[in-house]
Ligand binder design. Structure first.
Ligand code: SF4
Length: 226
């Protein structure tokens, strides 16, 4: 594959010029971020935001409030995505783990060293290493360059690493490739996460990327994925 012909900072700057300011964060509370990831399976950001707002208004986001709710009420909220009953079970599981293992407060986890903090967050449904890193970044606890699947795909396509069959292997390869180019401050890291994600969702889609509209096509592997 062709090596990347754009630097990480130039890539992010180009995306900012194209998309404007990055999307606001759904929350800066660690437990709410875990809930956000699980509330509506495969829902768009807009539908997920609506479901999250409804949960806050009608039930609440504390473990005690979720555990006291009827599963049917949680499933009604999770209808924003597919498999609402599964999402409702996950919300109950999150509340149970937070209540029993973390005394209903995840904030002390954020103060742990990075490996221990990630391990604790991986106790929750749907939270692997990338999800844990995102929570640690958005809560400004550890300055890590968390990447979701969209951001990872973009970085592979512009040449930072070759996509592997194994997602974790791709994630590690990309992280190694960008490591020396990363900004150190939280604002820049969060901005990069959000813009890479948005680009992967809107133009650099998994199938049929819209390369002719892409603001980084000259630096990316234009045409390779068409
Ligand atoms: S040129 Fe196409 S493949 Fe490359 S980053 Fe842009 S949208 Fe993605």
């Amino acid at each position: 594959m062709k090596p990347a012909t754009v630097t990480f900072s130039k890539l992010v700057d180009s995306l900012q010029q194209h998309y404007g300011s990055s999307a606001p964060l759904p929350s800066t509370d660690p437990l709410e971020l875990v809930i956000w990831e699980n509330i509506a399976y495969l829902a768009s950001d807009r539908r997920r935001t609506e479901a999250f707002a409804m949960l806050k208004q009608t039930i609440g986001t504390s473990p005690e409030q979720i555990l006291a709710a009827k599963q049917s009420a949680l499933a009604a909220i999770s209808k924003a995505g597919i498999l609402p009953d599964v999402s409702a079970e996950k919300l109950l599981s999150i509340a149970k783990i937070a209540y029993e293992e973390f005394d209903s407060d995840l904030r002390p986890v954020l103060k742990k060293p990075l490996p221990q903090a990630k391990k604790a967050l991986r106790r929750f449904p749907s939270i692997g290493d990338p999800g844990a890193e995102k929570i640690l970044l958005f809560t400004r606890s550890h300055p890590v360059m968390a990447l979701d699947s969209n951001g990872l795909r973009v970085l592979c396509r512009v040449g930072f690493a070759e996509e592997q069959k194994n997602y974790s292997a791709t994630y590690r390869l990309v992280q190694d490739a960008i490591h020396g180019q990363l900004p150190r401050d939280y604002d820049s890291l969060i901005r990069a996460h959000q813009l890479l994600r948005q680009h992967g969702q809107e133009l650099c889609k998994r199938s049929k990327p819209r390369c002719v509209e892409c603001p980084v096509r000259d630096g990316g592997n234009f045409g390779r994925t068409l």
